[in-house]
Write a protein that binds this ligand. Sequence first.
Ligand code: PEP
Length: 251
Amino acid sequence: MRKPFVAGNWKMNKTIAETRDLISAMTEKLNEIKNVEKVVCPPFISLQTAHELLRNTEIGVGAQNMFWEEKGAFTGEVAPAMIKELCDYVILGHSERRAYFGETDALVNKKLLAAQKFDLTPIVCVGETLEQYESNQTSQVVSAQTKLGLADVPADFAPRIVVAYEPVWAIGTGKASTGEAANVVIKDVIRKSIAELYGESTAQAIRVLYGGSVTGANAKEFFSQPDIDGALVGGASLKVDDFIQIVKQTQ
Ligand code: PEP
């Protein structure tokens, strides 16, 4: 049985003071929802605040990115050990990082190996662009992202990886995929690619999330699919009632 998982990606939103307000407003209700792993991912600068506010709760804290090197002359970057002091999770290879900051599958893989080394649970994002979707390249693109991004981790760490299938055309657009279509990609492309890397039992053990315009109103459609284990939520994770509603839909 895969434990449901919902993570909120706050992207570049909320100051430290606003982080304090948002977390304070959602903690009690979120904490009451059991049997689901819940994670919030504020910007780097608010991770310390999130860590302090959530330390005695069942809500985890995640970073939205990290560098793969351990330390040194990498101006503006944040190292895995720095993340690990405040977080148990890290989002890797989000499509916005791929699109605006040139992240490739090879870089995502380096970051994944660093996450393994520093005992962080990685949430690895994959997904096709609108152009790739319209030219029927979804399987090919998502399979390559999965295989290159997830390669070479020790077999005992692989089941800990969380994959988020996020069609780029569905992110922040209000145009979510359908539960059925997302389930097909997750089952026939993502789990199949993982099985080719690590075998069928790992492919069945890894949690795979859907992401892309998930709301309290459509979450159930995704969570009721057999191969979808939860969601990576952007916009709706900044709204207390919406995020709680989404997490509740896993029950
Ligand atoms: C995301 O940022 O990962 C995301 C899925 O965003 P949204 O829910 O706003 O589409």
